[in-house]
Design a protein around this ligand. Sequence first.
Ligand code: HEC
Ligand code: HEC
Length: 232
Amino acid sequence: MSTNAAKNLFIFGSLLCFAVLIILTIDTIGKLDERAPEITEEVNAGKKVWHKYDCIGCHTILGNGSYFAPDMTKTTDRKPKEYLKKFILDPRSIKPDSAMPKLGLSEDEAGKLIAFLEWISKVDTNDWPPQPILALSIAGRTAIAGQVLFQKYDCVACHQIRGIGGAAGPDLTYIGLKRPDIQWHIKHLRNPESVIPDSAMPRFDDLLEDELRDEQIEKELKELAEFLITLK
Ligand code: HEC
Ligand code: HEC
């Protein structure tokens, strides 16, 4: 290639890339409005509560903040609102060794904060941050049905198994040793408060996205319980 041709290639190549960049930028800006739902008074008030208590001093949200505590971008997608409210009002009532202090929010402030977190959860972030993926084969054992359900119902958002998963609920790595009884688990999953008074763990019904037939629920509870007792 002559020097001239190389020069032209360089100039036109650069111009072309620049033009593509401009077009993509315009395209993205045009879509931004569609990516976030409307901001209501309550959402706005919730954002002020978020700042008042400096939640961002420990948590990240939309990628900003501190890495001491879990990311709050998709919280209401993964966890029932009632549970989150209880947690925010008094973390240690749910998790006795919680590293999050009781910040002294009022019920009203907690409600507004949930509205804000719900708004954030609906912002289209192209599936960021990714959901924790529990390796489908734990320690060489092949996956059993209940393990797939554990991932599907996002139990992993609140519970860890071998270091993977959320920290809001107890670690389940050895739950099969602590609670070896299948029937206990079925009862617990269906209605945690029937076996642990004041439990903050959500009922199975609240974790479902679609209505399931009773037989299907029976089957899935049994499969989950069978998986849990293998954890030891
Ligand atoms: C001093 C640090 C700190 C501050 C401040 C803080 N948090 Fe937390 N938060 C944590 C930690 C650490 C966890 C992880 C679980 C645990 O250890 O309890 C957590 C967990 C949570 C959870 C449960 C997350 C889950 O995955 O179930 C929610 C919801 C939450 N925080 C909301 C808030 C809100 C809202 C604020 C502000 C009002 C706030 N946090 C302020 C440290 C903090
Ligand atoms: C929103 C958070 C959350 C989700 C989602 C969740 N859990 Fe829990 N779970 C908890 C909390 C918090 C506790 C502790 C409750 C208590 O004792 O107050 C708990 C307790 C448990 C326990 C008893 C642990 C023990 O040491 O006694 C088991 C087993 C369990 N969960 C399994 C599951 C399974 C299976 C799923 C999915 C179908 C699930 N959890 C989904 C929060 C959650």
